[in-house]
Ligand binder design. Structure first.
Ligand SMILES: [Zn+2]
Length: 461
């Protein structure tokens, strides 16, 4: 609350023990129902609840991997709820679900979408993705019960397999929609625990292999007029700086590599250091060097996988080592510079110890930095300004990948971040407070209404 504002200009989203104080009356004149939001979110988390960590009913994580039986249950619940609201529901060939509410213009132009994902990591939380879809539903419920109509059609997208945990490709179906991933490749992804099960066979089993081609194309796909995504930050910045809304203007670029360092197995007791070809030593130095190079460029570099052959032994030097690198920065040119410096350093390190090692590498993923649409970002900014004021919001760049990164290539897009406790995500204890869930949802509603008005003005002027 701000001293410069009169009390009559503040309003309270309050419900059973929690309240969210916002700066003043929301410009849409609508008010989401925080209780209903919270209850709906946690009710749907009964499908896939796992990894209990506390006493309260909501103190569990989630294991709702894409296209499992629990995912199918939440999908059919979602389908029923949007139909109750009078939405039309379309399903494309990747099982993406598009719920659409007609606007007052009865325009056939692509809808303004609020999208995210209902699937989770195997040891995931209750908010990553789920909040974005349930918040979107709460926005439509609020509009419906107030008799409020947007000008253009508005709706919700539940993107299939965003997590890429069961079928290993993240942002899988928004990637197909955006034309970045061939559908045959996505359909053929194998369940990581059962190579006989493919993404396509699971779509078929649950009845989610839709008729509509998965594409942003106007002619035959399901184009979108805009895409807004509410998501937990998955990092600590909002919480640490005491802000409640992140206005996300883009996403970091990243590249993933696999490096194989080839050495020679040899007896550890009889082989002098000077004659060794030790891949573990070289790989360790490479990883340390990559970290130093990243910090020099103010970028991020990480190794998540480090593998020696399973028949390695304590008293034998390993034959080879495989490790991964994940380079990230908001500027693609910095990602390239870091990559260049790293492989130069690796070449030097490879020749350093003993008789040296050799290495080769592959580029597994190249995701360029995304810059979100100015007008969508402005709509989120306007929502944040109205709800919490500039001192409680901030411009941010997403560190993680999201479906919005792909939609942003084909339609105006932006994201809203809300804080999560200690920045924890992809973990059962992931938590976003009821206040922050409600505030983010109200911001989503305001951003959509603001953008709808902007679109009406700009397309009819
Ligand atoms: Zn997510």
């Amino acid at each position: 609350m701000h001293a410069t504002r009169s009390a009559s200009h503040t309003f309270r989203l309050s419900a059973r023990g929690f309240s969210t104080v916002t700066r003043r009356q929301a410009p849409s004149g609508l008010r989401i129902n925080p209780d209903r939001l919270w209850e709906t979110l946690h009710k749907t988390c009964e499908w896939g609840a796992a990894h209990r960590y506390g006493e309260k009913p909501t103190e569990t994580g989630m294991a709702r991997l894409t296209l499992t039986d629990d995912d199918a249950r939440v999908r059919s619940w979602f389908a029923a709820e949007v139909k109750k609201l009078g939405c039309t529901l379309s399903v494309d060939q990747m099982g993406n679900m598009f719920a659409r509410q007609q606007g007052s213009l009865k325009s056939s132009a692509p809808m303004i979408a609020m999208g995210s994902h209902l699937d989770t990591q195997p040891r995931g939380g209750r908010y990553d993705g789920i909040l974005g879809v349930i918040a979107a539903l709460e926005v439509l419920r609020t509009m419906k019960e107030s008799g409020f109509e947007t000008n253009y059609d508005v709706g919700i997208v539940n993107w299939t397999n965003e997590e890429g945990a069961r079928f290993p490709k993240s942002m899988c179906s928004s990637g197909v929609w955006a034309g970045a991933i061939p559908i045959e490749k996505a359909w053929d992804l194998r369940d990581i625990h059962n190579p006989h099960v493919t993404l396509r066979s699971e779509l078929e089993r649950h009845g989610y292999l839709g008729d509509i081609p998965c594409a942003s194309d106007e002619q035959f796909g399901y184009p979108l007029g805009a895409h807004f995504e509410l998501h937990i930050e998955q990092g600590p910045i909002l919480e640490e700086t005491g802000r409640s809304i992140g206005v996300v203007q883009g996403a970091q670029g990243y590249r993933w590599f696999t490096i194989i360092v080839h050495g020679k197995d040899a007896h550890t007791g009889t082989t002098p250091l000077s004659t060794r070809k030790d891949p573990v030593l070289a790989a360790s130095k490479m990883i340390a060097a990559s970290n130093e190079i990243a910090s020099r460029h103010n970028a991020l570099v990480s190794t998540g996988i480090f593998r020696v052959p399973s028949n390695a032994s304590t008293n034998t030097l390993a034959t080879n080592v495989t490790f991964t690198l994940d380079i990230r920065h908001p500027n693609d040119s910095v990602v390239s510079a870091v990559q260049e410096d790293i492989f130069e350093a690796f070449a030097t390190i490879a020749s350093q110890d003993g008789k040296g090692v050799s290495f080769d590498w592959t580029l597994d993923t190249d995701s360029p930095a995304a810059k979100f649409d100015q007008n969508c970002v402005a709509s989120v900014q306007a929502a944040a300004d109205h709800l919490v004021g500039p001192e409680k919001s901030m411009l941010m760049t997403s560190g993680a990948g999201h479906d919005t990164v792909y939609t942003s290539k084909h339609c105006p897009s932006a994201m809203i971040f809300v804080p999560c406790r200690e920045g924890v995500s992809h973990h059962p204890t992931e938590y976003c407070s009821p206040q922050d869930c409600a505030l983010g949802t109200q911001a989503l509603l305001e951003a959509v209404v603001h953008y709808d008005q902007f679109r009406t003005k700009s397309e009819n002027s």
